[in-house]
Design a protein around this ligand. Structure first.
Ligand SMILES: Cc1ncc(COP(=O)(O)O)c(C=O)c1O
Length: 504
C-alpha cells in the first residue's frame, strides 16, 4: 500500500481550501465564531479542519470513503486485518474489545494490574473478572507481567472463560512472552485481547518487544496518541483473525463513540500512521539510542537505578521497552511523588508518573539530546540534595497494589446495589460499590463488588499520606467509601441468590 498517502488528512485540507459556505456545526465556522484569543493561539489552520461528518468527509460510524481508506492503511501499517480509529482514547477501544466478546455473566481473565478502563468495561458488560496476579518486583515496588503458568491455571479453573486480557507492555515498560502466551490461549480456543496502550512503537522496530499483532493476538487497543505522534485522545483498535467478529466490534465501537467525532483527532491518526509507516523504524532507532544513553548515565548517578537488560531475568518479564525510563530512587531520601514535585518546581520538568519510589520518564519520537541532557542535569542535582546512605529497602515495596480481594457480588450488581457512605476505617469487611485507584497509573485498588481488606485500606492511607492522587470515590477526600448497604453476609447471600459463583 502507498503509505505516502493520507486520504483523510488530504481530504480535509482540500475541503478547507475550497472554502465552502458552511451552514452546519461546529458553530465556530472555521474559527470565526470562536473566542478571539483561543482562535489566535490555536490558529486558523486547525480550526478550518475542525469539521463534522458531512458526506465528502465520510463517517467514522460507518466508514465508506476517506476514513475507511485511512483505516485500511493503518491496518496495513500495524499488521492487522482491520484497524478502527478511536476518538475516545484507548479507553474506548478497550471497552469495545471487552464488550464485543463478553455478555452479562461471562468470565474474562484479567491481570490484577489492569487499568480502570478495563474494569469499567467489566461493569458495563456485566462480566465476571477472574483475576490473575502479575509478578511483583520487590526491589522496584512495581508489577510486571503475568506468567504462562498463572494463565494456564486460571484457564484450567475457568475453562468457560470467554477471553483473556493481557497488558503488554506494562506502564513501566516490561513485556511478557506474548507469542507463547497467545499460542497457548488460542490452543484453548479462547481469544486474546491486549491492552497495548503503551506500545505503539513496538510494531515499527525489530529490537523492540513484539507487538500484539505480530504475536497473533485477536485484538489490541493501542494509544497512538501516547507514543505514536497523534493527538491526545486518538487511538486505534487493531483486529486480526476470525475468533472475534468484526461486525460486532464495529457495533460496539459505534455505540461507545460520540456522534460528533473530531476530525482533528482522526486526521492526526492518519498523519501519524504515515510517519510511522514511512519513518517509524528510523525514528524508533533514534529514540532507542537516546534512551539507552540516558539509562546508562542515570545508572552512573549516585542513588538512582534505572532497570535495563537485567530486568529480563525476573519472573513475568521476557523483554522490555528501553524507551521508558523507570527511575528508581534507590537511596534517595525523597518519595517519587516528592521528586516529581521537586523537578517541576526546580527545573520545570514534568514526568509521566511517579509512585512512592519511582519516577517514569518517557523518551519519544519528540526528544533530542538537548531534552535528555536537561533531565540528566536535574537528576544529578536531585541526587546531590537528597542522597542518603541508609534507606530501608522495605519502603520500596510500598507501591505494589495489594492482592485483589475476593468478590462478594458481581461488579455490576454491586455498582447498582443500594449503598451507604461509611468512614474508611469502618469499611473493612464491607463490599465496596465504587472504584478506588491511584492515577496515574489508574490501577484500581478496589472495584465494585470486592470485599474491603485491611491491606487495601492501609494502601489507600499510605498513598494519601504521601500526597499521591487517590481517586475514583464519590468523596474527593477519600475519608469515606460507598459500600453495599447490607452487611457482607447479606451481600454474599444476595450474590449467591443471583447465581453468582465467585471465580477463583
Ligand atoms: C495501561 C493503560 N491502559 C489503558 C489506558 C487508557 O488509555 P487512554 O488514556 O488513551 O484512554 C491507559 C492510560 O493511561 C493505560 O495506562
Amino acid at each position: 500500500m502507498d503509505h505516502h498517502r493520507t486520504p483523510l488528512f488530504t481530504a480535509l485540507q482540500q475541503h478547507a481550501a475550497g472554502d465552502p459556505l458552511q451552514f452546519h456545526i461546529p458553530g465556530h465556522k472555521k474559527g470565526r465564531g470562536a473566542d478571539p484569543e483561543f482562535r489566535s493561539f490555536v490558529g486558523d489552520n486547525a480550526l478550518s479542519i475542525d469539521l463534522i461528518n458531512i458526506v465528502p468527509l465520510d463517517d467514522l460510524h460507518q466508514p465508506a470513503g476517506v476514513i475507511r481508506e485511512a483505516e485500511q492503511l493503518a491496518a496495513d501499517a500495524f499488521g492487522a486485518d482491520y484497524t478502527l480509529f478511536s476518538v475516545q482514547g484507548t479507553t474506548g477501544a478497550i471497552m469495545t474489545m471487552l464488550m464485543s466478546v463478553c455478555s452479562p455473566r461471562d468470565k474474562i481473565i484479567i491481570p490484577r494490574n489492569a487499568h480502570k478502563s478495563i474494569l469499567s468495561a467489566v461493569i458495563f458488560a456485566g462480566a465476571l473478572p477472574v483475576w490473575v496476579e502479575p509478578e511483583k518486583d520487590a526491589r522496584l515496588g512495581i508489577e510486571h507481567g503475568v506468567t504462562l503458568e498463572s494463565i494456564r491455571q486460571a484457564i484450567s479453573r475457568n475453562p468457560d472463560t470467554k477471553a483473556v486480557l493481557l497488558i503488554n507492555p506494562t506502564y513501566y515498560g516490561t513485556c511478557i512472552n506474548l507469542r507463547q502466551m497467545v499460542e497457548f490461549i488460542h490452543s484453548c480456543n479462547i481469544p486474546v485481547l491486549v491492552d497495548e496502550a503503551h506500545g505503539t512503537l513496538l510494531h515499527f522496530h525489530e529490537r523492540l518487544p513484539m507487538s500484539a499483532m505480530q504475536a497473533g493476538a485477536d485484538m489490541a487497543a493501542t494509544s497512538v496518541h501516547k507514543l505514536g505522534g497523534s493527538m491526545t485522545q486518538s487511538s486505534v483498535l487493531n483486529v486480526k483473525g476470525d475468533r472475534v467478529s468484526i461486525k460486532r466490534i464495529r457495533t460496539f465501537m459505534s455505540m461507545l463513540t460520540t456522534t460528533s467525532t473530531s476530525y482533528l483527532l482522526l486526521s492526526s491518526l492518519d498523519a501519524a500512521r504515515r510517519q510511522l509507516a514511512l519513518h517509524g523504524q528510523a525514528l524508533a532507532e533514534q529514540t532507542i539510542r537516546l534512551a539507552r544513553d540516558a539509562r546508562r548515565q542515570i545508572n552512573e548517578i549516585s542513588g538512582l537505578y534505572c532497570y535495563g537488560d537485567e530486568i529480563c531475568e525476573k519472573e513475568g518479564v521476557f523483554h522490555y521497552d528501553p524507551t521508558k525510563l523507570c527511575i528508581h530512587l534507590d537511596q534517595l531520601d525523597i518519595t517519587g511523588f516528592g521528586a516529581e514535585e521537586w523537578l517541576r518546581k526546580t527545573y520545570k520538568i514534568e514526568v509521566e508518573l511517579s509512585d512512592l519510589k519511582n519516577l517514569l520518564c518517557l523518551i519519544t519520537l519528540g526528544d533530542t539530546e538537548r531534552e535528555v541532557s536537561r533531565l540528566l542535569q536535574a537528576l544529578r542535582h536531585m541526587s546531590e540534595l537528597f542522597r542518603c546512605r541508609e534507606i530501608p529497602y522495605t519502603r520500596a515495596c510500598a507501591a505494589i497494589v495489594p492482592a485483589a480481594s475476593r468478590f462478594s457480588l458481581p461488579p455490576r450488581d454491586a455498582f447498582y446495589a443500594r449503598s451507604e457512605s461509611i468512614r474508611l476505617q469502618q469499611s473493612i469487611g464491607r463490599v465496596i460499590t465504587e472504584f478506588v485507584y491511584v492515577y496515574p497509573p489508574g490501577i484500581p485498588i478496589l472495584m465494585p463488588g470486592q470485599i474491603i481488606t485491611p491491606e487495601a485500606v492501609d494502601y489507600i492511607r499510605r498513598h494519601l499520606k504521601a500526597g499521591l492522587p487517590v481517586k475514583g470515590t464519590e468523596d474527593p477526600d477519600i475519608q469515606k467509601l460507598r459500600v453495599v448497604a447490607a452487611p457482607r453476609q447479606e451481600s454474599e447471600a444476595l450474590g449467591s441468590r443471583s447465581g453468582y459463583i465467585i471465580p477463583d
